[in-house]
Design a protein around this ligand. Structure first.
Ligand code: UD1
Length: 419
């Protein structure tokens, strides 16, 4: 078993190069299944979700060559099976993108129910509704999803809920469908735009990604031959922005799209931090104790739920009492028990949590309950006095590349230790 040992407090200072977005990359890889040819993807984050995505593609018949740690060439000319490996697909949530892509390319797929962070109920009814509207039949038996279609046909689909996953999955399925598909009430996250841009580079005809109506004109075929670079990770950038505030440090984050960070920037300024927006880099610094603030998580362009725990660390240390209303997930406050072990005073009730700010946190053994909670504990450990031991690193490794190295470079005293 491995743990991260963080000795604090430290003020984080220096530069961080932000990696490619996990949530874009885990969709771009299955999207390559729609291509009858070869393509290269660059700026891939080197994280465990990507390693597993590659294994799933290889089992389906793709040939993958690693050009470097962050670049792969994928040949999806030959797909050899429509059964995705159940053990691998159950390891993370985004494995469900194989369904949309394989329905589009092969008209058939058998896949395990997706796994991923336990953030409360994670239904996929909107995905299934979209596939069925396009003409597929979908059934669920003993944890396996069977989806089949003779030929998908374009149609209009109204999403009852703004869902990132359903928007991308239905978009994937519609790219090679006959006719035009309209997705109404679509999600607008940067990674949705990234997937649409990637597919359009390969010959798809998708318009309106990034707005709440996406129009997909079906095409006969996607060609390969192009190189695509994954969009910078909004959530990794936001994690370091909030780490700068929590530790009263000064960080310059390079390789980010500051437009994607506006909701975080606004809250940082509200709590008394400073932000210098340079377009493709952002500097965040804070010289004083943050002030209280109220947060409500919302779909993009609102404050992202995936930065809620990291913001929770800032508010734990703020002057005054703050509230967070989590509007996306039912069970995203498990991390507050861990922060309370470190001296925070947080009361979580259902989808709300109340943060009575304390002057400082102290080190303690804590457990990462999900991916972003794990990142929040690293930030908390850096601000805290004494030694924090963080367990359950498999969550963190799913989504943060070299987290300890990136934190060490900006002054954190952090080690990965094998027990
Ligand atoms: C994606 C992100 C995740 C982030 C979330 C919200 C990836 C791989 N993961 O997850 O990190 O926290 O967006 O920004 O990109 N819902 C339904 N029915 C559905 C689908 C979703 O009711 O068919 C509900 C969910 O339970 C949730 C809400 O819609 O309450 C949003 O979920 P969704 O946007 O689909 O999240 P994911 O795509 O799973």
């Amino acid at each position: 078993m491995e743990k991260l040992v963080v000795t604090g407090p430290t003020q984080l200072k220096g530069e961080v190069v932000i990696s490619g977005a996990k949530n874009a990359a885990v969709a771009l890889l299955p999207a390559t299944l729609l291509i009858d040819g070869v393509c290269t993807i660059e700026n891939l984050p080197n994280i465990s979700d990507i390693q597993i995505s590659c294994k799933i593609l290889e089992e389906l018949g793709a040939k993958i060559t690693w050009n470097s740690q962050h670049s792969i060439t994928i040949d999806t000319t030959n797909i050899v099976t429509t059964k995705a490996p159940l053990d691998l697909t159950s390891k993370f949530r985004a494995s469900y993108y194989v369904i949309g892509a394989m329905l589009g390319r092969m008209g058939e797929i058998e896949v395990g129910m997706p796994g991923g962070c336990k953030l409360g109920a994670r239904p996929i009814d909107q995905h299934i509704k979209g596939f069925e509207r396009l003409g597929a039949t979908v059934s669920l038996e003993k944890g396996t999803i069977y989806a089949k279609a003779k030929k998908l046909k374009g149609t209009s689909i109204y999403m009852d809920i703004v869902s990132v996953g359903a928007t991308i999955n239905v978009m994937l399925a519609a790219v090679l469908a006959k006719g035009t598909t309209i997705i109404d009430n679509a999600a607008k996250e940067p990674h949705i735009v990234d997937v649409a841009n990637f597919l359009n580079t390969m010959g798809a005809d998708i318009r309106g990604a990034g707005t709440d109506v996406i129009k997909i004109n079906g095409v006969e075929k996607l060609h390969g031959g192009a190189t695509y670079s994954v969009v910078p990770d909004q959530i990794e950038a936001g994690t370091f922005m909030l780490a700068a505030v929590a530790t009263r440090g000064d960080l310059l984050l390079k390789n980010c799209i500051t437009k994607h960070l506006e909701s975080i920037t606004a809250k940082i300024i509200e709590v008394g931090g400073n932000v210098e927006d340079n377009g493709d880099s952002i500097r965040v610094w804070c010289n004083k104790r943050p002030s209280k603030a109220n947060i409500k998580t919302l779909p993009y362009p609102g404050f992202p739920t995936d930065l809620q725990p990291q913001m929770g660390v800032v508010l734990s240390l703020a002057n005054g009492t703050s509230t967070i209303n989590e509007s996306i997930w039912d069970s995203r406050f498990q991390y507050t028990d861990e922060l309370n072990k470190m001296g925070a005073k947080i009361t979580a009730q259902g989808k709300n949590a109340f943060f009575e700010g304390v002057k400082k946190l102290h080190g303690a053994p804590v457990y990462s309950t999900d991916l972003r909670a794990g990142a929040a504990l690293v930030v908390a450990g850096t601000t805290a006095e004494g030694v924090t031991e963080i367990y359950n690193l498999q969550h963190i490794d799913r989504g943060y590349e070299n987290i300890e190295e990136k934190f060490r470079k900006i002054g954190a005293k952090i080690e990965r230790v094998k027990e």
